[in-house]
Design a protein around this ligand. Structure first.
Ligand SMILES: Nc1ncnc2c1ncn2[C@@H]1O[C@H](COP(=O)(O)OP(=O)(O)OP(=O)(O)O)[C@@H](O)[C@H]1O
Length: 271
């Protein structure tokens, strides 16, 4: 069943409840790096068309959990993941899953903008081309343009699509990376501290963009900024020493958390 939220966003409802449907689900997710355990039995749902913020002090496992969602931890030799993670009820760790396809469905934007040393056009066109999403040059041009528009960058770059992506400002580069993620039509976008290398104006622009993007995508963001989590997310999950301390509606988490560790962290008493 679909409803319109107050923000005009059409959301699917799980039958019989008022909650948006669960897009991804983590059950008893644990991660070891060699002998060291970095996550302990984390149960966390990611709701469709919402922004879920992962917060907590440095080293508490936020990025580790984020990377489990699209199996980026597979690229770390010593990382071992156990438990279960589903995307639309499909087990993402099932050996039958094509990891390249999974990472197109669950895209990622990193802390430091990392455009390829190629043109703006090529940065966005690369993914759709390798995934065979365009049948003609005109179709590819269309995907590049619409992805840049969705990332709020098109007007700034439309006259220099063939210039290098690395020549853009930091904030523009990050929006280019968001356009690159969008170009392969992901369902979920993971963002690992996407604004930490940006100035306040570029940060505000990316935060506005995140709010717009949730109409079409489900977003999980790791952030060290409490203000950012409060501004952009609907749900917040607090991690500490590898454990999920609590998870809930962002308003509640920032005004009346259940756990003292959350209270201490959001009021700056540790972290
Ligand atoms: N590639 C790795 N190899 C070994 N240990 C790692 C690796 N990545 C993370 N860890 C360890 O796992 C734990 C959790 O790290 P993680 O980066 O997930 O935390 P975080 O909450 O995202 O931290 P930060 O906020 O500082 O980015 C830390 O103790 C970290 O040292």
């Amino acid at each position: 069943m679909n409803i319109m939220t107050e923000a005009g966003v059409e959301q699917k409802l799980s039958s019989g409840t008022n909650a948006p449907s669960i897009k991804m689900k983590g059950e008893k997710v644990s991660v070891h790096y060699g002998e060291k355990r970095a996550l302990f039995d984390v149960d966390l749902d990611v709701r469709e068309h919402q922004v879920t913020a992962l917060i907590g002090p440095s080293g508490c496992g936020k990025s580790t959990f984020l990377r489990c969602l699209n199996r980026m931890n597979d690229t770390i030799d010593i990382a071992r993941v156990s438990g279960k993670i589903t995307l639309d009820d499909e087990d993402v760790y099932d050996p039958k899953i094509d990891v390249v396809e999974l990472r197109a469905r669950v895209g990622m934007v990193f802390q430091k903008p990392n455009p390829f040393p190629k043109s703006i056009y090529e940065n966005v066109a690369y993914g759709p081309r390798i995934h065979g999403l365009a049948r003609s040059k005109a179709e590819l041009d269309g995907i590049v343009e619409s992805s840049l528009k969705k990332a709020g960058l098109f007007n700034e770059v439309k006259d220099r699509l063939l210039e290098s992506g690395t020549g853009l400002s930091g904030g523009q580069q990050q929006r280019l990376c968001i356009a690159r993620a969008i170009a392969v039509s992901p369902e979920v976008i993971l963002m690992d501290e996407p604004c930490s290398a940006l100035d306040p104006i570029a940060t505000a622009r990316v935060e506005e963009l995140i709010d717009e993007l949730r109409q079409n995508y489900t977003i999980v963001i790791v952030t060290h900024s409490m203000q950012q989590a409060a501004r952009v997310s609907q749900r917040t999950a607090m991690f500490h020493l590898g454990y999920l301390v609590e998870e809930g509606a962002t308003d509640k988490m920032f005004t009346n958390p259940d756990d003292k560790r959350t209270q201490d962290y959001i009021t700056g008493r540790f972290g």
